[in-house]
Design a protein around this ligand. Structure first.
Ligand code: BTN
Length: 242
């Protein structure tokens, strides 16, 4: 793959692209064997050992930023499935963008923006759980997460996994959300389930009934239907992660 950077060790692949944003080209992707100060959402750590795959892709002034993380989630599902010939694991999405196999989270996504004047550069960070054991997730107190190895029994070669994900992310990021919508919606696993909607104002329980064409989650409770945006809320299943 053109524009691929392989590092042995890095603090964070997102931070690496942020620091070199000006000099690097659009579409450049970076991975590392070890990530020592990786960042997740809501202030979580995402340090990576050799059983995990951290990667980041730089998009310089992408054509559409709406629902970019949703399109990235879709791209990761497609990339993972494409790497398994037979018995490919079915990858789905916990709205808006957690990649789920067998009800467990196998990948997290953290998108960050760097502005230069009018130009918005986006750094798409992706952390894949590749080959950790069940013991790892127990010790880390992450009961809802699992690795590809645990869920699919085997794992693609690391370099192929990195390049296939990066290429598919660039492909979906170049498409408008409207063209990804049907495939995205088909993969959203929360639909027809009771969810807890968590916002700074508190929690609310409702049934997730659809994804609107603008990417919002359509929910229904006793007062009727309403839509929530991924920028404002997060959702959890009422009895479990999904
Ligand atoms: C989450 O909290 O679910 C998102 C985790 C994102 C982790 C990835 S690993 C590669 C990239 N570099 C980082 O520092 N974070 C992201």
């Amino acid at each position: 793959m053109e524009n691929a950077i392989y590092l042995d060790e890095v603090d964070s692949t997102n931070s690496y692209l942020k620091r070199r944003c000006k000099e690097l080209q659009d579409g450049c992707a970076v991975t590392a064997r070890l990530q020592t100060a990786g960042r997740g959402r809501r202030g979580h750590n995402w340090e990576a050992n050799e059983d995990m795959l951290p990667l980041s892709v730089l998009l310089k002034d992408p054509p559409e930023r709406d629902n970019l993380t949703a399109r990235v989630g879709l791209a990761v599902c497609e990339a993972i499935e494409s790497l398994y010939a037979e018995n490919a694991p079915k990858a789905g999405i916990k709205w808006p963008n957690d990649v789920i196999i067998g009800s467990r989270k196998v990948c997290g996504i953290l998108c960050e923006s760097v502005f230069f004047g009018d130009c918005a550069n986006v750094i798409i960070g992706i952390g894949v759980n590749v080959s950790q054991s069940a013991d790892f997730f127990e010790k880390a107190n992450l009961p809802h997460a699992a690795s590809l190895l645990m869920l699919a029994g085997e794992v693609p070669e690391r370099g192929r996994l990195f390049e296939t994900i990066a290429e598919r992310v660039k492909f979906r990021a170049a498409m408008p959300f409207s063209e990804c919508y049907d495939e995205y919606r088909r993969r959203v696993l929360n639909l027809n389930r009771q969810v807890k909607i968590i916002s700074p104002n508190g929690e609310r329980t409702a049934e997730a009934v659809d994804v609107a064409s603008n990417g919002f989650l359509v929910c229904r409770d006793k007062d009727g239907e309403f839509e929530v945006s991924s920028g404002e809320v997060s959702v959890r299943g009422i009895d479990g992660y999904l």
